[in-house]
Design a protein around this ligand. Structure first.
Ligand code: FAD
Length: 327
């Protein structure tokens, strides 16, 4: 009978697991402890040594290693490889850390192995031995709780979560298995990636400063970028101003943009529509700046400033004088 929790780490950064996989590790470790079942980790990609070491040091009891240059991009070879890793392990639950692979691979693995899948998951728990997950629905306006009842594996594609993995310890015992994979001729090939995944990602930022239509005009988005930079963070935007071309699509936060979980999220001139909040409501601290004291954003904010953001943002930048707009 299938048992255990398998964390699937695909295409990790060359230096270690990376933030998304660490969150996934935390979820998988917590669930394995609740079920009193084994935690395994499949590490799949081209340069996997550092990630595999970290997974072992954080407490994976067994490691499946699938390394090949053909596994550095999404496609048929990667899908076949991860399916094989899951088939070999025969786990009860598969956790796929947040990111494109969570959306693309989780349902595919489930279909191929006769299991079931939920993506965009923010919470995973064992309830009387059953696996339950929570995911946002209706544009983030509500949360649904799902219970897995199918016989095959429960394949869970994660959204960002605020959980820390177990501390690293070099003295843990880990079983290692190297799995050979056949390289399949790809039916679709990537000609040019639209996004350089090695550059900083808003999803990983500790501070995000976002602007919305309340900025008034495109040029004022520079205030957002400057404050974000001066706080060591990244700029974000509402969809309204991305649609208007004031900010770029990778800066959009929300249901149809990035889901961020920074320590601090500053929302300037953003109304707080449910579709925007679906992308930032899990921030540790939300600071809202809005002229309308009844704006929905204040229902979520931990700190609120009812004022003109064009007055407040320059003042916040002035309080951080070491970085100027020209940098
Ligand atoms: C299917 C779907 C998906 C969507 N996905 C997303 C998504 O991913 N992300 C997203 O953001 N939106 C998304 N939206 C759009 C969303 O519903 C809102 O329309 C959008 O978030 C509004 O952007 P905004 O808050 O910048 O603008 P507005 O709603 O126009 O709000 C502007 C705010 O600025 C305030 N303001 C005005 N002047 C100032 C000033 N000088 N200083 C301070 N405050 C001021 C106003 O009081 C107001 O609250 C989606 C919508 C749909 C239907």
């Amino acid at each position: 009978m299938a048992s255990g929790v398998l964390l699937l780490v695909t295409r990790p950064p060359s230096k270690g697991l990376g933030k998304a996989a660490r969150e996934g590790f935390a979820v998988a470790a917590k669930l394995a402890a609740e079920l009193d079942e084994e935690l395994s980790c499949a590490v799949v990609g081209e340069h996997i040594d550092a990630a595999a070491n970290e997974a072992a040091e954080r407490g994976a009891v067994s490691l499946l290693l699938l390394s090949n240059s053909a596994l550095s991009a999404p496609g048929d070879t990667l899908t076949a490889a991860v399916t094989e890793a899951v088939r070999t392990t025969d786990p009860r639950v598969v956790i796929v850390p947040r990111g494109p692979d969570a959306l693309e691979l989780a349902p595919r693995i489930a279909i191929r192995l006769g299991g079931s899948s939920v993506t965009g998951v923010t919470e995973v728990r064992a309830n009387s031995g059953e696996i339950e997950v929570v995911a946002a629905v209706f544009g983030g306006a509500a949360r649904a709780v799902y219970r897995f009842t199918a016989n095959g594996p429960a394949v869970i594609g994660m959204a960002p979560v605020l959980l820390e993995p177990p501390e690293r310890s070099a003295s843990r015992d880990t079983r290692k298995f190297i799995i050979d994979i056949p390289v399949i001729e790809e039916r679709v090939v990537i000609i040019e990636p639209a996004l350089d995944v090695e550059t900083s990602r808003i999803e990983d930022a500790r501070v995000v400063v976002s602007g919305g239509r309340g900025l008034g005009e495109s040029e004022n988005f520079e205030l957002i970028r400057t404050l974000a930079l001066s706080l060591g963070g990244m700029p974000g935007a509402s969809r309204a101003i991305v649609d208007d071309g004031w900010a770029i699509p990778s800066e959009q936060v929300g249901l149809t943009g990035a889901i961020v979980t920074p320590d601090v999220y500053v929302a300037a001139g953003i109304s707080g529509a449910s579709q925007h909040m679906a992308g930032c409501s899990n921030a540790r601290v939300i600071v809202a700046i809005n002229t309308d004291r009844d704006a929905p954003i204040f229902r979520y904010a931990h700190f609120g400033i009812v004022d003109d953001c064009l007055e407040v943002l320059p003042e916040l930048i002035r309080l951080r004088p070491e970085v100027s707009t020209s940098e």
